[in-house]
Design a protein around this ligand. Sequence first.
Ligand code: 3HC
Length: 305
Amino acid sequence: MSILHGIRTLGVLGAGQMGTGIALVSALRAKVPVLLHDRSSEQVTKGLSLVDKLLAKDVAKGRITSDEAKDARERITVVGSDAGIKGLRDVDMVIEAVSENLSLKQSIFGSFAAELRPDAILATNTSSISITKIAAASIPSGVSITSEEGKRSAARVVGLHFFNPVPVMKLVELISALQTSEDTLERARSFAIACGKEVTVSKDVPGFVSNALLMPFINEAIMCLEKGTATRDDIDTTLKLGMAHPMGPLQLADFIGLDTCLAIQQTLYEGTRDSKYRPSILLERMVDAQWYGRKNGKGFYEYNN
Ligand code: 3HC
């Protein structure tokens, strides 16, 4: 395990599928104490029950001992909604994993700057939003971007993009904002390696490498369905059996969340102003209908949650 990251306590903001997975690999693999916060206590309960289930499965499969599972579980502490972001004030790094919404992330990073230690690393698990914009939002209001405080505040922001399901997928994509310091980048990289991940580096462009390639592929598959080129099952089977993808693109879209896919596709379209990234109308309509995929039981497929 790398010791370069110097993270003694990690904060994770957001206990959805990504935040919960990040908390789990950090506690189990990097062996750091994790403070997990979500404004919804229901979401935290759901997240922790998934953690318990995954740890029990690893024990049953002989991958870890029951003591290791117990230690990992005990490293995760919930910060209640009354403490809020203030409850994370002593962490060495925080990873934000809330939904793909720029203004929400800007407001959270503004609060991080006000509440967290000035040397804490502020990482975002965003799938596509500009890390540079998020870093700018971390500069306290009234502080100049050219002042030492302004530069220091933005220099500790970094993109740390995990993949779903986090305990299974071996990659973390590391993204540097224009303002990110080398030290922040290297500590974030070491932390991802300590979590058992391989790291690739992308420039701060819309969607980075991963979603600039994946989302147009998913969007194109939805357009094929929209145009009647093939049925849902034939589109997915073609990619699964013809190209050895673990899931077809429509199944994968459901798995990621159709609302998330649309938000990323919109970021690509707005960020590049290139018509090749225009979101499929069918995808927009499905999100209008609140068909978000696996997470709420209805997308291109139906699920018994
Ligand atoms: N959380 C944790 N573990 C999970 C899981 C979840 N939500 N879903 C499945 N797993 C685990 C299972 O427990 C099982 O673990 P085991 O080997 O210890 O038993 C393992 O994954 C395989 O699961 P299954 O046997 O049930 O099913 P599959 O063999 O079909 O695998 C899958 C499921 C791993 C999800 C596989 O279908 C897959 O790799 N799909 C593609 C996933 C992918 O592309 N993810 C990236 C999405 S893009 C992204 O996240 C970026 C974002 O910005 C949009």
